[in-house]
Design a protein around this ligand. Structure first.
Ligand code: P6P
Length: 340
């Protein structure tokens, strides 16, 4: 059925309500609350250069990284919005050491979803005016409704996600998300404060000619990744490919989803288990990539099949056009997996 562009995000959610299994409208309200929080964060991101909101917040987050003020603002905005609208029973965030339990008014919480977020990914790009993003991942809780949420509600494999998406604060602001029925992108019209369906049914081109990796770490890469990068650079067939690396996962994956390409963040000597976080970066991006016809692995196994053991655990990540990921995996498969 042809998708009518210029539909608003709100209309789209209502029209596709039936796709949300077992949902009594909660998931729709959850996506709507993320939409609202994204508008608030977008407003601040867009004026970051004008006020002294950029720069260090003076604190260090659980990852040991200097917190930018916008990191703090984005984290607080998403947590406050999700809490106030009593839509979820728990939230985990890159900026929070432990998960947050959301108590309902009566001390109970009948809500059935938990959300995991990276509130402002790529935040080191903020003060140089490069696009950044918010990443979100949604699960149905596994512990009984009404009881306090527990760690096992968050430590679920990515193949159990009910929805995932990102907001990209770039030359325009977009929400790109999936509830398991394909990927759709909505662009914000800042004059109206309304998101419009601008990229219906996003699909990864099966082949691409862009590879995205921080080649500054080349000497520390596993041999299979080194071999794949040399393959990308070789003058033969459809190569050499183009190297494009923004240093913002959301931006690199978004561009590759539209143009075709592969994003790689392997394990290195500095990050023996990789740098990216499984639960709130790799799982949601892998969900979207697969929903758009691409592939996402750690070089040896599907990202969405990894059983998490820690809230902030890291993983190597290779995601993008299926044929490119398969080629990279073929090089990785020539060598035994290096245990961290
Ligand atoms: P590096 C941002 O910190 C991030 O998590 C991703 O958004 C980005 O792709 C990557 O790390 C950049 O890391 O080590 O290349 O600067």
């Amino acid at each position: 059925m042809p998708v009518q562009k210029n539909k608003t995000l709100g209309e789209f959610i209502i029209e596709n309500q039936s796709e949300f299994q077992y949902s009594s409208g909660e998931l729709s309200r959850l996506i709507n609350s993320i939409r609202l929080a994204a508008k608030v964060v977008n407003h601040e991101v867009n004026k970051a250069g004008l006020v002294d909101i950029i720069g260090q917040a003076g604190e260090v987050n659980v990852q040991g990284e200097d917190q930018q003020k916008l990191d703090v603002f984005a984290n607080e905005t998403f947590i406050k919005t999700l809490t106030n609208r009593e839509i979820v029973c728990g939230i985990a965030s890159e900026e929070e050491e432990d998960f947050i339990t959301i108590q309902g008014r009566n001390g109970q919480n009948e809500n059935k979803y938990v959300v995991l977020i990276d509130p402002l990914d790529g935040s080191s790009n903020i003060d140089v005016n490069v696009s950044v993003g918010t990443i979100f991942s949604i699960y149905r809780r596994v512990t009984p409704a009404g009881t306090p949420v527990s760690l096992e509600d968050f430590l679920q494999a990515g193949n159990r996600q009910v929805a995932a998406g990102y907001i990209i604060y770039g030359t325009s602001t977009m929400i790109v998300y999936s509830t398991g029925h394909g990927v759709n992108g909505f662009t914000l019209n800042p004059a109206l404060g309304t998101y419009y369906l601008s990229h219906p049914n996003l699909c990864f081109p099966e082949k691409g000619q862009i590879y995205s990796v921080n080649e500054g770490n080349y000497v520390h890469f596993p041999q299979g990744i080194k071999d794949y990068i040399k393959y990308c650079q070789k003058e033969e067939e459809d190569r050499p490919y183009t190297s494009r690396y923004i240093g913002s996962l959301v931006s690199d994956v978004h561009r590759n989803m539209i143009k075709g390409g592969i994003y790689i963040y392997p394990n290195t000597a500095r990050d023996p288990r990789g740098k990216l976080r499984l639960l709130y970066e790799c799982n949601p991006m892998a969900f979207l990539i697969e929903q758009a016809g691409g592939k996402a692995s750690d070089g040896y196994r599907r990202i969405l099949d990894i059983e998490p053991t820690e809230l902030h655990q890291r993983t190597p990540f290779i995601g993008g056009s299926a044929s490119m990921v398969e080629k990279a995996e073929s090089f990785m498969g020539l060598y035994p997996e290096s245990t961290p």
